[in-house]
Write a protein of this length. Structure first.
Length: 740
């Protein structure tokens, strides 16, 4: 099956899209039968399917060939602004400074370490070594060179690393296909040799036990759900690995981590609505796994065991009587009682205006992640008096900007500092160490360790970010982040792009993006719509955009588009839409609802056939989606509601705009078949003449291809498609790359 071309009246070759044959497949649920003509495209082992996908690529290459110079220009702009030879800020763990390097011309990072000093001078001992790009530090060790590991492989991704407490063994998990199943190997850092222990087909996450004798890892089931945590004793056959815990509920996700003080293995089991934590004490000779709060109580919580004044406590971040969550302290003895009889001490009370995202501890302080006024921020307080009237007031690092993101980037349990990541729309990523408050320094202190360099004469003052509000049809105010080049005039002539996601309580937080500058420099007004279904305004914001209120997500996005069209910034005929994964479902939904409002739509790895996927519990991760979308298998109302907005099933005879579906052959989260079917149906029904294309990466996963240069080219492809459709291909006067 190949893409062919015809000639128009001028004799110019016009590409013709590939036409998949129709093989009707019936799907019947709740007395309703849907006939799917393209379900046969799901068979990725079929040579005919692969041939069709390659024909789709050939068609999109022909249709977008004229965009190649623009793609190359955007790629060079991304490359020209990126310091290709760079490094991360070293972080200290167990007597070593760990960091990674990137080198010009190389696709992947190089993971390194150097020995730390213990001089007794706290400030000096916790000040990262001065590492320079391309300059090796005396004593520097290479743990893993991704470029060597990736050589000759079609794909390369690291799914987890771990080092023993004594620093002698290094475990790392590698994926060479993009399907998110990893092979784990262990390197002896004293000799550089690999141990014979090799574990295949594991999932994300690897940890050594504190004594370094066991390695914990996660395994997925046939539907790609992590369901087992296993323990491998070094030097023994993998076949003898023991199952620490197995989760049999198909709607529950399983993960693990070590507690902050590394006395427990913490097993996290849950969905979006309730959870369960189980603990394994490493010093327990029985190795018994105990439950903190049973899932039967339907509490959504996280638990962190730790010692407070040498007394065992459990720190709980939970939604018990607190929709936005709160933080409490519990004695283990209390947790053995029926829940209604338990007494917990309040640490962070519930607030309708503040969403508590999580809490953790160091040896001296409590660290709380919160969201207030849509912004993620961090608060800390000393452990003395925690949960009592003598509890210390929280201290929050202060930043200058209105729209920013600050989050904990990890720290050593004994450290006098915590590592913070900071970014905003036009401030490149910064790494701070926040000195934890002490009686001598009660406000703590911020130490800037690094700001990611941006080359090409970048000046953040050339751009403007503002918070605006759209009004939904039901009166709800929808926050928008509006980004533009300062040279754009409010004369209704510019091009606009609306980006959205709106699912799983994920927030689209302010963050710097080099690639985005290429659109802003071409006069595109970039709007991030913080629509319902996300988490920007607390748990209610999420719950008002899931299950039987999911359509609020789509109508909010259209209302955000209307705000932009009427803002005076853009020409309403020059607006595009962009979204990926669940945001790709959003793209499909708004394409059906309001195709006339968009000049182009780019849907990245789009979840556009959700009903088919969620109705089949054997498909990857589908059962886990029931808490987000509803269970259409057992609930006829959920089925009817999903059917009313499913993009693939609601394509209609209308003039669709230019549409690009971007996907990957090996994606295990949103299968390539969904966009493959969708574009066929769009072409069948559209009454317009705009091209509808599918770009498929034949060797990528859910995040696309793996190398950074390849990823830059993929982003350049998306942005060139948008800029071309919006006739925003030329740089604004004075914008673009400059000499540093």
């Amino acid at each position: 099956m190949t893409s062919t071309s015809l000639q128009d009246s001028t004799g110019t070759a016009v590409p013709v899209p590939p036409v998949a044959k129709k093989i009707p497949t019936e799907r019947t649920h709740h007395g309703e039968t849907f006939v799917d003509n393209y379900e046969w495209l799901r068979d990725k082992e079929s040579a005919e399917v692969v041939e069709h996908l390659r024909a789709e690529n050939a068609y999109q290459e022909a249709v977008t060939a004229h965009q190649e110079p623009l793609r190359e220009a955007i790629f060079q702009e991304i490359k020209g602004r990126t310091q290709e030879t760079d490094l991360s800020v070293p972080h200290r763990k167990d007597g070593w400074w760990y960091f990674s390097r990137s080198a010009e011309g190389k696709e992947y990072g190089i993971h390194c370490r150097v020995k730390a000093q213990d001089t007794g001078d706290t400030v000096a001992d916790w000040t990262p070594p001065a590492v320079e790009p391309g300059v090796e530090i005396p004593g520097e060790e290479i743990l893993l060179d991704g470029n060597v590991e990736a050589e000759g492989k079609p794909f390369f991704s690291v799914g987890g690393t771990a080092v023993t407490v004594d620093g002698t063994l290094y475990a790392y998990a590698v994926d060479n296909s993009g399907d998110e199943r990893f092979t784990l190997r262990i390197k002896d850092l004293r000799t550089g040799e690999l141990l014979p222990d090799v574990i295949e087909n594991i999932f994300y996450g690897v940890s050594f036990s504190p004594d370094g004798q066991r390695l914990f890892y996660t395994v997925v089931d046939d539907s790609w759900r992590p369901y087992q945590v296993k323990a491998h004793v070094l030097g023994t056959p993998v076949a003898e690995d023991t199952v620490v815990y197995q989760e049999d509920d198909a709607a529950m996700w399983l993960g693990f981590e070590l507690s902050a003080d590394r006395r427990h293995l913490v097993l996290g089991i849950g969905c979006s609505e309730y959870s369960e934590t189980r603990l394994l004490r490493f010093d327990d000779p029985e190795q018994a796994v105990t439950t903190v709060i049973s899932r039967n109580e339907r509490v959504l919580y996280e638990a962190e065991p730790f010692l407070l004044d040498s007394v065992e406590k459990i720190l709980l971040t939970h939604n018990r009587g607190a929709i936005n969550s709160m933080v409490s302290l519990a004695d283990p003895a209390e947790l053995k009682k029926p829940l209604a009889e338990q007494t917990w001490q309040t640490v962070v009370d519930h607030s309708d205006d503040v969403r508590v995202n999580g809490a953790g501890v160091t040896a001296t302080h409590l660290i709380v992640s919160i969201r207030k006024d849509t912004i993620e921020r961090v608060q800390v307080m000393g452990l003395p008096g925690l949960g009592t009237p003598a509890q210390q007031a929280p201290v929050e690092p202060a930043f200058d900007e209105e729209l920013y993101t600050a989050g904990v980037g990890g720290s050593d349990y004994e450290a006098p500092v915590i590592r913070l990541g900071y970014t905003s729309y036009f401030t490149p990523s910064r790494i701070y160490d926040f000195v934890l408050p002490t009686p001598e320094q009660p406000a703590g202190g911020l130490l800037l360790r690094k700001e990611s360099p941006v080359l090409g004469g970048y000046d953040g003052s050339d751009y403007v970010a503002t918070r605006e509000w759209a009004t939904a049809g039901d009166g709800t105010r929808i926050p928008l982040s509006v980004l533009r080049h300062k040279a754009v005039k409010q004369d209704s002539t510019a091009a606009g792009l609306v980006y959205g996601y709106g699912s799983y309580e994920m927030s689209m937080d302010p963050g710097f993006g080099i690639a985005r500058l290429s659109l802003l420099d071409r006069g595109v007004v970039f709007v991030i719509a913080h629509i319902r279904g996300g988490g920007e305004l607390g748990r209610h914001w999420y719950e008002d955009g899931k299950k039987l209120t999911k359509k609020n997500t789509f109508t909010d996005f259209v209302d955000a588009t209307d705000w932009l069209a009427n803002s005076g910034w853009v020409d309403p005929a020059r607006i595009a839409a962009l979204g990926g994964s669940a945001g790709g479902l959003l793209m499909g939904a708004v394409a059906n609802m309001a195709p006339e409002k968009y000049a182009a739509i780019v849907a990245q790895v789009p979840f556009v056939d959700p009903l088919t996927s969620i109705l089949d519990p054997d498909l990857p991760l589908s059962a886990l989606e029931w808490e987000e979308w509803g269970n259409p298998i057992t609930d006829p109302l959920a089925y009817a509601y999903m059917k009313s907005y499913s993009p693939y099933e609601n394509v209609r005879e209308v003039a669709y705009p230019k549409i690009a579906a971007v996907t990957s052959f090996n994606d295990t989260r949103v299968l390539y078949v969904e966009p493959a079917k969708w574009v066929q149906e769009l072409r069948n029904k559209t009454t317009g003449s705009e091209p509808i294309v599918m770009k498929i990466e034949m060797e990528g996963g859910h995040g696309g291809a793996s190398g950074r240069y390849v990823q830059w080219r993929e982003r350049a492809w998306d942005y060139a498609f948008i800029a071309d459709a919006l006739e925003a291909t030329e740089l604004l006067p004075g914008a673009g790359l400059k000499q540093d």
